[in-house]
Design a binder for this molecule. Structure first.
Ligand code: GLA
Length: 678
């Protein structure tokens, strides 16, 4: 009995071991869609399992597929194979759902840092291309889709029937090489007063003067100024300087702030002349957050939050209303419908904006300024009433209501110059680049509105928005623009932010006080164009975004829900040493002076002779090195190196013999200031 039992036990054990053994040795199939695809990053939308980017059946050149990964370039999925996969097979192509568009993309398979396969550039209608890649020994696999060289518009890309052959039962982990760790670098401001904000302010003779002296530190605080020119006064409690200057001139003023803990002073220059916006405008704009959901109430609440969050104490000034304050040509939303203009051609705001003057007064009452939006065409990009034919009345309305900023957005103007009937709503499409490549027509509407704004008896910052057509940076200043968009619209993805950043060097030489290149608004905090969600940029990417926009001397327009500011976002927006780089009175824009692989080093000359330097890691590997090529950055001599995010001196470097330890996270940045000690 005992023996039989033993025998049975042994035979069962052998059977089990055989089963396990054969299972771990025999080939198995692991489908890509069985893995966690949510770790993938992509240029638009979210990673889709067994569906296209838009959530439809995966379809390439008329052929449909049940299984696969639907994405959008630029797309990256990293898979840890740990040497356990033998083969990867799939078919790749652009999904038919973007019919009528001109997408292009390239599918790439990288193994342990080496390219193993590439599809070549694929276009809409190309048959699904088979991909077979041997993987023996590969530990880390990357499935990458690049934009095919023409931007990533409508690049809906599919990996279909994608699977791995493995040597045994196994499953693979996916991961994202960009860290999700949220960490705060900006030190809390001290209790003692510290004056912040712009060091120079431009005003035209005769225009109402409004400038808020800002400071951090305990409240109550009192403000004063020495050397204020005749015609101006400062409110001791709020720090608001108001009045009118009648004569042109440069005025040196000393500002003071005092509280129970101490006092601070700082030099300030007032330039009364033809030029305004002598430092890049800083503020908030409704578009990236609310888009067509904007209302006067939301604008007021954003203004209130600018004050209650303390952002106002760091120089943030403008509260800008974007599209959808006007009545709409065909919206189904009744609050956007109504008469576009009165008998005299003056625009009638929609029912959400009952009293523009009252709104402007409210915002001014908080010590802030207010901005508005329109288009030179009959319709804005969103289909609201534009200024075409009514430019004079519109400029007058903006001034009469008390607005300080106008974003003027090309959109349907392209159709006007092509001779389409300007008043037929259905024949004039929205966003259009038509005509923008002809220099004269590209300039025309901006010359006209620029002149009209200058004729008003108040200073209105003129923001030219036409996405960079006809190299706007070469002539934007000459048409009266204070800033001009150099790019298409930004979205809250790494691809979008990165591509815009990489495109800025060509326009950099044209930036100067009063004339700024605008790489579009900020995408930190809760953004989402009507559906706000936390920015999809990872924390390190957000540090890079704010650092670069500061180095670029870009207008800084917060695009998030101001009532949902969290500690991390506030940390990004309240670092006075970072903001000082952006607001530096010299008005230079950084360019990339040295690139080592994916490390790009941007340098911005500052007024005091020092340089702001951004070490930016655009790659997927951490960068750890001893940097010594200082001459490439224009640095020669002995320097104190200050980490601006941490607000700490971190090294003393001699550029002839010294080295600087650089440790930059994936998609992260080090923002340093090099000040000469000679
Ligand atoms: C364009 C602009 C955006 C925004 C919208 C409004 O797309 O580039 O910044 O103003 O129009 O419709």
């Amino acid at each position: 009995m005992m023996n039989i039992n033993k025998l049975t036990f042994v035979s069962i054990l052998i059977t089990v071991l055989n089963f396990v053994g054969s299972n771990s040795l025999s080939a198995q199939t692991v489908w890509l869609d069985e893995l966690d695809l949510s770790t993938a990053t992509q240029g638009y939308g979210v990673p889709m399992k067994n569906k296209s980017c838009d959530g439809k059946t995966l379809t390439i050149a008329g052929e449909t597929f049940d299984r696969g990964f639907g994405s959008h370039s630029e797309s990256l999925l990293t898979i840890l194979l740990e040497g356990n996969a033998k083969l990867f097979t799939a078919k790749v192509g652009i999904d038919d759902e973007v019919k009528g568009q001109r997408p292009a993309a390239e599918f790439i398979v990288n193994g342990d840092g080496k390219q193993l396969w590439a599809s070549g550039v694929m276009r809409l209608g190309d048959a699904a291309k088979p991909c077979t890649v041997k993987l023996d020994g590969v530990k880390k696999l990357e499935l990458l889709v690049t934009d095919g060289g023409n931007g990533n518009y409508y690049d809906h890309v599919d990996w279909v029937d994608a699977k791995f052959e493995t040597s045994g039962a196994t499953t693979f982990k996916t991961f994202n090489p960009v860290s999700s760790e949220v960490y705060i670098l900006t030190p809390k401001p001290a209790a003692e007063p510290k004056l912040t904000g712009a060091k120079v302010f431009g005003v035209r003779p005769g225009s109402p003067f409004q400038h808020l002296v800002t400071a951090t530190g305990d409240r109550p605080m009192t403000f004063s100024a020495k050397g204020l020119p005749k015609g101006l006064k400062i409110n001791k409690k709020t720090g608001l300087i108001t009045g009118v200057l009648t004569t042109k001139g440069s005025y040196k003023v000393t500002l003071f702030a005092k509280n129970a803990k101490g006092k601070a002073e700082r030099q300030f220059r007032i330039e009364c002349g033809d030029q305004i916006a002598l430092t890049p405008p800083m503020g908030w704009n409704s578009w990236n957050c609310f888009a067509q959901e904007v209302s006067a109430d939301k604008v007021k609440r954003a203004a209130n939050a600018m004050v209650s969050s303390g952002l106002i104490n760091h120089g943030w000034t403008y509260i800008n209303i974007d599209d959808f304050w006007e009545n709409h040509r065909d919206s189904k939303d009744p609050s956007l419908r109504g008469k576009l203009r009165d008998e005299a051609g003056y625009i009638i705001p929609n029912s959400r904006f009952v009293d523009m003057k009252l709104l402007a007064d409210y915002v001014h009452g908080l010590g802030l300024k207010i901005g508005l939006y329109s288009s030179p065409g009959p319709w804005t990009c969103g289909g609201s009433a534009g200024s075409f034919g009514y430019e004079k009345q519109d400029a007058e309305s903006y001034a009469k209501w008390g607005f300080d900023y106008l974003k003027y957005d090309w959109c349907s103007y392209g159709n006007v110059i092509n001779g389409l009937p300007e008043n037929d709503p259905y024949k004039v499409s929205s966003l259009s680049y038509n005509g923008g490549s002809e220099l004269e027509t590209a300039k025309k509407p901006f010359i006209e509105m620029g002149k009209l704004l200058r004729e008003q008896k108040r200073d209105i910052v003129f923001s030219v928005c036409q996405y960079g057509m006809s190299d706007v940076w070469k002539w934007g200043g000459s048409v009266g623009g204070n800033c001009w968009r150099t790019t298409n619209d930004i979205t809250d993805t790494w691809t979008s932010m990165k591509n815009i950043a990489l495109d800025q060097d060509r326009s950099a030489p044209y930036a100067k006080p009063g004339n700024w290149n605008d790489p579009d608004m900020l995408i930190v905090g809760h953004v989402g164009w009507g559906n706000p969600h936390p920015s999809k940029l990872k924390p390190d990417e957000q540090y890079m975004h704010i650092s670069l926009w500061s180095l670029f001397a870009a207008p800084l327009l917060i695009g998030c829900d101001m009532e949902k500011l969290d500690d991390f976002t506030l940390n990004l927006l309240t670092n006075d040493e970072v903001i000082e780089v952006n607001q530096d009175p010299l008005g230079k824009q950084a360019t990339c002076l040295h690139a080592i692989g994916d490390l790009r080093i941007y340098v911005k000359d500052l007024e005091d002779g020092s340089k702001a330097v951004g070490f930016c890691n655009f790659g997927l590997e951490k960068i750890n090195m001893a940097y010594a090529d200082f001459s490439k950055l224009g640095l020669n001599g002995q320097f104190v190196v200050r980490d601006l995010w941490r607000q700490k001196d971190i090294a003393n470097v001699n550029t002839q013999s010294g080295k600087l330890a650089i440790d930059v996270p994936v998609h992260g940045v080090l923002l340093y200031k090099f000040s000469s000690v000679n």
